[in-house]
Design a protein around this ligand. Structure first.
Ligand code: ZN
Length: 249
């Protein structure tokens, strides 16, 4: 009898461990953007983050050292919706649903989510933009592709206003975006882009990510960008060395 209770006790313990693991820093140790948790130390926080320190194809980068290339027209086929918005403690993230795809190198990549950084992470000719959005896509084979979109100060951005309207700034409070809108509503008319090979800009800094950086920024109002920054703080990893890479334009 006693034995049974011990086993039950262990099982309960495991269950609780499982449940508490659902919290917002579930899989990884704590990392951030300043002090001992900041980007300089990411590689030391967890052995799983070692690429943050030893990788040679890291993101973000400064768009420089260009090679002229005849890059094919970007085929963005977004037919789905933006679904939920959450401040996950590192960024404001919008999850998406439905058929949102981009085809690059003949491979379809499905949009998983998009999120924001203030100021921009990638820079163009050494210049930061006040905000950058990352549209994160994954292929059937588990490869990643990110489309980066820069924001500059100007007119109020209607899609961003919807995100701000439904966002609960409290960390971890996921909210449905009650007005459905296409994630492609953010994109500029002209989809000219730079391309390079990089990584996630957050731990574990996984490499092998195809980066598409749109050349044309879109506008958002000063107030909107300030609101985003107030919630997220400065959540930009500094630009990383190019090493052997070039940027295609
Ligand atoms: Zn990002």
């Amino acid at each position: 009898m006693k034995k049974v209770f011990v086993i039950a006790g262990i099982l309960t313990g495991l269950l609780f461990a499982g449940v508490s693991g659902e919290g917002h820093h579930a899989e990884h140790k704590h990392w951030g953007y300043s002090g001992s948790e900041g980007p300089k130390h990411w590689g030391e926080i967890d052995p799983k983050f070692r690429m943050c320190k030893f990788g040679v194809n890291q993101s973000p980068v400064d768009m420089t050292r260009f090679i002229e290339a005849k890059l094919p027209k970007l085929q963005i086929i977004y037919a789905g919706i933006s679904q939920n918005v959450v401040n996950n403690g590192h960024t404001i993230k919008v999850t998406t649903q439905g058929k949102n795809e981009v085809v690059v190198d003949g491979i379809p990549f499905v949009l998983l989510q998009y999120h924001f950084h203030t100021p921009s992470e990638n820079t163009i000719n050494g210049k930061h933009f006040p905000m950058e959005a990352h549209f994160v896509h994954k292929s059937k084979d588990g490869e990643y592709l990110v489309i980066a979109l820069m924001f500059k100060e100007g007119k109020k951005n209607r899609a961003l206003e919807k995100v701000l309207t439904y966002l609960d700034p409290k960390v971890g409070h996921k909210q449905p975006l009650k007005e459905m809108f296409n994630p492609g509503d953010f994109f500029p008319k002209k989809l000219d882009y730079y391309r390079y090979d990089g990584s996630f800009t957050t731990p574990p800094c996984t490499e092998g990510v195809r980066w598409i950086v749109l050349k044309n920024a879109v506008e958002a109002s000063k107030e909107q960008i300030a609101k985003m920054h107030k919630i997220m703080g400065s959540n930009n990893r500094p630009t990383q060395p190019l090493h052997a890479r070039v940027i295609l334009k």
